[in-house]
Structures are given as C-alpha cells and as structure tokens.
Design a protein around this ligand. Structure first.
Ligand code: CDP
Length: 237
C-alpha cells in the first residue's frame, strides 16, 4: 500500500547513511576453495558471495560441445539461509535461472572462448547472505574467480546497479531500496573499453536520469576495479 512505503531519502541521505552516489564497502578475497581452479569470496555491504570456477575441461554431455570454442555453464544460487524471504524449494527458481543466464552472457563476451574448443568452463555463484544487488555482486566476484584461475579474459568486468528513489538517482541499491525504489538498473561493464555487458531495468528512468545513473556506475567502476585487482595482486604478485 502507498502509505506503507518507507522514505528512502532523509535530509539528502539514505537510510544506511550513504549519500546518493556512495557505494557500500567491498572486500574480495581470492583462492579460498582448494578444489576449484579459481575462487573468490566477496563481501559487499551485507551481501556475502562465493564464486568458484572449474575448467576448461571436456564439455559434458558431448553433444553440447562446440568444436570451435568453449561453452560456459553458469549457476547462480541463493543459499536457503541467505535471506529472510522464502526461497528454499528445491531446484532453481525463475529468478535464479535468469541471473545464471545473464551472468553467463557477461562472461561469454570477455573470456577467450576460441582458445578452448570442445571444452566447458563452469562458473558457480553462491549467495550466502543477501541484501540487494546480488547479481552485480555475483558477477564482480565471478570475474575475480575466473581471472584467478588463469582462464584468459579480454578484461575483468565489474557490475553494480543504480536506480531512483523519488527524484534522486542512487548508486548500489540495498534490499530496502531495491524493494521500494522507482527504478533499479543493474549494469556490467568491461572497464578497459567501457563496453556494456549487461543492462537490465526494473521500473523506468528518463534519458537524463539514465545518463546520470550510468555516470555513477562508471565512477563506481574505478573503485570496484581497484578492489578486484588488489585481491588478485595479493595472491599472485
Ligand atoms: O539481488 P539482485 O538485486 O540482483 O536481484 P533482485 O531479484 O532484484 O532481488 C533483490 C534482493 O531481494 C536480493 O538481493 C535479495 O536480497 C532479495 N531476495 C531474496 O531475499 N529472496 C529472493 N527469493 C529474491 C530476492
């Protein structure tokens, strides 16, 4: 009901104290799963996400193999204990299938798939704790996991969302903001050339609002990319 909608901006600040263009704090740790070729653990605000990468290995079953390039399998999943909402029925729900698909498409555009004909690369994203923006957190973590596995990529992509609370354009929506905002636009970008690898939109933005949101996303990318690279460097340099 309209009357129950919480106020998302109070005296120019957000409910968690952030300014409209502020990111939540991000931490990434690389190489924490012994059996995976690459892995990363990410904390982004109250989101906690684990990403694991296996392969390249022979594609199974054989009929799915592409003789010219590797295929990517991607599974995004929220652990049943990751939020207060009900999502512990067995098997992936429609949302998880969608997020798995868009995540896969991000990496199809940056991994050098031609280098590994006939093989598959498996990317797993497990959300352990969720607070809005988990598809962006998952893509950001998986990018680091893939880079740490040594699978060649044109670039290390990042993702973050921006949206609208009333007339204010806000960056990196948390769960409350996600629920009650007027728009939410998750975007994944290849920072090297600015290529957009994912752009989804819930709600609507005017052209000017969309440009403002993209500016915030690109600015945030400088910070997110630094955290991703620092995590890889502590491990490998
Ligand atoms: O996570 P993201 O914002 O990318 O996706 P969403 O579908 O817009 O969901 C927003 C948030 O709602 C998630 O990040 C979770 O915190 C929460 N959620 C949940 O707790 N349980 C679900 N079954 C779906 C969403």
């Amino acid at each position: 009901m309209e009357g129950e909608k919480p106020q998302l901006m109070i005296n120019g600040k957000r409910t968690d104290g952030r300014m409209p263009g502020d990111l939540r704090p991000i931490k990434i740790e690389v190489g924490i799963l012994k059996n995976a070729e690459g892995s990363a653990y990410l904390e982004w605000g109250n989101n906690k996400v684990l990403a694991a990468v296996y392969g390249p290995k022979e594609a199974q079953p054989k009929h799915i193999a592409d003789p010219n390039r590797a295929i990517i399998k991607c599974r995004y999943q929220m652990a049943p204990f990751s939020s207060l909402e009900e999502h512990n029925r067995s098997g992936p729900n429609r949302r998880a299938i969608e997020i798995s698909k868009v995540t896969k498409e991000v990496f199809e555009n940056v991994i050098l798939l031609d280098n590994f004909p006939g093989s598959e690369i498996d990317v797993f994203v497990e959300v352990l704790q969720s607070d809005g923006g988990t598809r962006a957190a998952g893509i950001t973590a998986a990018a680091v996991a893939i880079a740490s596995s040594g699978i060649p990529m044109r670039d290390i992509p990042y993702a973050v969302s921006a949206g609208k609370a009333g007339e204010e354009i806000i960056l990196d929506l948390n769960k409350l903001e996600d629920n009650y905002s007027d728009a939410d636009m998750p975007v994944a970008i290849s920072p090297r050339n600015g290529e957009i690898l994912l752009l989804q939109m819930d709600g609507s933005l005017t052209k000017e609002q969309c440009e403002k949101a993209m500016q915030l996303i690109i600015k945030a990318g400088e910070t997110i990319t630094k955290v991703q690279r620092a995590a890889l460097e502590t491990r490998y340099l």
